[in-house]
Write a protein that binds this ligand. Structure first.
Ligand code: DON
Length: 573
C-alpha cells in the first residue's frame, strides 16, 4: 500500500470515529459513483439517476434541475453556471452557460449623472439580471454527453415542485430571514411565504408555478424557457419592473463550449473553467507560483505556507482586475497568465520574510449582502466526472420571482465592473476587460475543477463564496496534493483568503494558531480579520468527491447542510 493510501485509510478511520457521533454523515464511500451537493434531496436525485444506469452527466443535469426546486437561493432556472466535464474516454470539456448582458445594456447603466454608482441598481432591481443561461446549458450538456432523455432527468424536479417537500430548519430559516427582501415583490412573497407569514420547519413547500415552467421545458426543451409562455412571462416581468431583457435576448441565448484551462501541478493535471470565469486561470496561476516551494515540508497551517499562499493570491487577484473578462469580447492573455514562466517572473519579488503591500487603490468595501452559489461534484463508475457550479449571484439573486413562472431572477450584472476600479459586492475591482457591453458575459470566480492523476479523475471540487471561491478551491487542491489529506480533512480544514484589494486576510476562526498569527504579523500581514458574519461564519462550501483505493469518497462541506450520496447507499436503504 502506498504512503498516500495508508494515510487516507488512517485519516478515514479517525474521521469516521468523529462521524459516529454526528447525525448527518458528511463523508461517505461508494464504489459505484457519488454525488455531493448542498441539498440532500438533490444529491439523492442524482444518486438515483446513477443507480438507474445514468452517467455522471445525466446525474449532474438532474441535480441541476432539482436544485432549482430544493435550494432556491442558488439552484436556479433564472441564473447561470459552468460545468467542467471529464468523459470516460478522456475528453475534457467545459460548458459555459453564464448569463449575458442584454442587448440594451450599456457600459454606464449603473451610474448616475455624476458618474457615481447608484446603490442597489445592479443587485436589487430588474436591471440587475443578465439573460439566464442555466436551462440552455443543462439541456445542451445532456444532449451532447448524457445517456438519458430530458423528460427522465427533469422529472424529479417537476415532482418536487408539484408535490412539494418538507422544509427543514435550514431552508425554512433562510426563507424567514429573507422575508423582508421579498416584501416588494408579490410573486416572490407568494413563493417564499404563506400569505406573507413565514414558513416553519416541517411545513410542506410546493411550487406550482415553477412546476409549470419545468413542465414546459420537459415538453419543448430550450423553447420551453426561451420562447413561448415562459419567455412571455419573463418579458412581462421586465416590462412591469423596468428591466431590459427582451424576447430577442432570450431567443438568442446560447450556451458555449469552451476549452478548459489545463494546468499541471506536481504531476497532477488540474482542469478548470476558462473565461468568462477567472477561476481556472487564477487557480493555475497560483498553483504555478507555489509549485517551486515544498509546501508539504513547510507544513499545512505553517506561517511559511500561509505567507506563500497569500502572496500568490495577492498577485493573481491583481492580474484578475487588469486582464480578466469575457474572452469573446476582450483579449484575455490566457496562455501568458497560465504559463510557468510567467508565474516565475510574477513571483520573483516574493520575500519569504516579508509581506508585500497591495499598492494602487484601497477598495476597502466589504460585501454588502448574503452569499449564495452552489457547487455539485459527481462521478460515476465508468470514469465520467462532472464539476458543476451554478448561481443567481447573491443569495436568492435579485429576490424577484418572475410572476407566473415561479423562479427567481439573477443579479449577476453586479459581477461586471460597473465603474473602473469600483468594487462590486465582493470587493472585486475591474477595468476595461470586464466593462459592460451588450451580449458580453460578466466575469466570474466560479471554479469547478477536476484533478487528474495518471489521466484518471482523482478529485472533483468547487465552491460558492464569490471572490473566495478560487482560494477555497486552491486550498482543497493543495490539501489533497501537497498535504496528502483525505477528502474529509481537505474540505473541513479551516480556510483563509486574500484578494489583493482590499489589502487584508480574512480567515476562519481556527485557520491560524496564535503563533502563526504572531509570525504573520511579524512579516507584515497587518490586517488579519476573522471572516465577517456576512459569510455565515465560514468560507466556501466545497462539496467534493475523491477517488480512493476503497471507492469514491464523497464529502459535503461540514460548514453547511448538504449530503454526499452514492448509488449503492441508496440501494441499501
Ligand atoms: O460568478 C461569480 O463569481 C459570483 N456571481 C458568485 C457568487 C457567489 O459565489 C455567491 N456566493 N456564495
Amino acid at each position: 500500500m502506498s504512503l498516500f493510501s495508508a494515510k487516507v485509510l488512517l485519516n478515514l478511520f479517525l474521521f469516521c470515529a468523529v462521524l459516529a457521533h454526528s447525525q448527518t454523515p458528511k463523508s461517505v464511500f461508494d464504489s459505484q459513483g457519488m454525488v455531493a451537493s448542498r441539498s440532500a434531496i438533490a444529491s439523492e436525485v442524482g444518486a438515483k439517476i446513477l443507480a438507474s444506469g445514468g452517467n455522471a452527466i445525466d446525474a449532474a443535469v438532474s441535480v441541476g434541475f432539482a436544485l432549482a426546486v430544493t435550494y432556491p437561493s442558488a439552484g436556479n432556472l433564472g441564473g447561470g453556471g459552468f460545468m467542467v466535464i471529464r468523459l470516460a474516454d478522456g475528453q475534457l470539456i467545459a460548458n459555459d452557460h453564464r448569463e449575458k448582458a442584454p442587448e440594451k445594456a450599456t457600459r454606464d447603466m449603473y451610474l448616475d449623472a455624476k458618474g457615481e454608482i447608484v446603490d442597489g441598481l445592479s443587485t436589487k432591481s430588474h436591471l440587475a439580471s443578465g439573460v439566464p443561461g442555466t436551462v440552455a446549458g443543462l439541456i445542451d450538456v445532456l444532449k451532447a454527453y448524457g445517456s438519458m432523455e430530458l423528460a427522465e432527468v427533469i422529472q424529479p424536479a417537476i415532482d418536487l415542485a408539484k408535490d412539494g417537500f418538507i422544509l427543514d430548519e435550514d431552508l425554512a430559516g433562510q426563507f424567514k430571514r429573507r422575508l423582508e427582501s421579498f416584501l416588494n415583490y408579490p410573486a416572490s412573497l407568494k413563493v417564499f411565504s404563506v400569505d406573507g407569514e413565514p414558513y416553519e420547519p416541517g411545513d410542506r413547500f410546493s411550487q406550482p408555478d415553477l412546476a409549470g415552467t419545468l413542465e414546459r421545458i420537459k415538453l419543448a426543451g430550450k423553447s420551453g424557457f426561451y420562447a413561448g409562455e415562459t419567455a412571455d412571462l419573463i418579458v412581462a416581468e421586465m416590462k412591469n419592473g423596468g428591466g431590459i431583457i427582451s424576447a430577442r435576448d432570450l431567443e438568442d441565448y446560447e450556451s458555449k463550449w469552451r476549452r478548459p484551462i489545463m494546468g499541471e501541478y506536481r504531476g497532477y493535471k488540474v482542469i478548470s473553467m476558462p473565461p468568462p470565469s477567472s477561476g481556472g486561470v487564477l487557480l493555475t496561476q497560483m498553483l504555478n507560483m507555489l509549485e517551486p516551494y515544498e509546501l508539504r515540508k513547510l507544513g499545512a497551517g505553517s506561517s511559511e505556507v500561509i505567507h506563500l499562499m497569500i502572496e500568490a493570491e495577492r498577485r493573481a487577484y491583481a492580474d484578475r482586475a487588469e486582464h480578466l473578462g469575457d474572452s469573446d469580447f476582450y483579449n484575455v492573455p490566457i496562455e501568458m497568465l497560465t504559463s510557468k514562466d510567467y508565474a516565475r517572473e510574477r513571483f520573483a519579488d516574493f520575500d519569504p520574510n516579508k509581506a508585500s503591500v497591495s499598492a494602487d487603490i484601497f477598495a476597502g468595501v466589504a460585501a454588502r449582502e448574503g452569499l449564495e452559489t452552489t457547487h455539485v461534484s459527481v462521478i460515476d463508475a465508468m470514469g465520467n466526472a462532472v464539476a458543476y457550479t451554478t448561481t443567481l449571484n447573491l443569495s436568492y439573486g435579485s429576490k424577484i420571482v418572475v410572476n407566473g413562472a415561479g423562479f427567481l431572477l439573477n443579479n449577476e450584472m453586479d459581477d461586471f465592473s460597473a465603474k473602473e476600479n469600483s468594487p462590486n459586492a465582493f470587493g472585486l475591482l475591474g477595468r476595461k476587460a470586464n466593462a459592460i457591453e451588450p451580449g458580453k458575459r460578466m466575469l466570474s470566480s466560479m471554479t469547478p475543477t477536476i484533478v487528474l492523476k495518471n489521466e484518471k479523475p482523482l478529485l472533483v471540487t468547487g465552491s460558492p463564496g464569490g471572490s473566495t471561491i478560487i482560494t477555497t478551491v486552491l486550498q482543497i487542491v493543495s490539501n489533497v496534493i501537497d498535504h496528502e489529506m483525505n477528502l474529509a480533512e481537505a474540505v473541513s480544514a479551516a480556510r483563509f483568503h486574500h484578494q489583493w484589494q482590499p489589502d487584508r486576510v480574512i480567515h476562519e476562526k481556527t485557520a491560524f494558531s496564535d503563533t502563526t498569527k504572531v509570525e504573520l504579523a511579524k512579516m507584515g500581514h497587518k490586517n488579519l480579520n476573522e471572516v465577517p458574519a456576512f459569510y455565515g461564519g465560514g468560507i466556501g462550501d466545497g462539496n467534493s468527491v475523491l477517488s480512493t483505493d476503497i471507492g469514491f469518497q464523497g464529502m459535503a462541506d461540514p460548514r453547511n447542510d448538504g449530503a454526499a450520496v452514492g448509488p449503492s447507499t441508496l440501494n441499501a436503504d
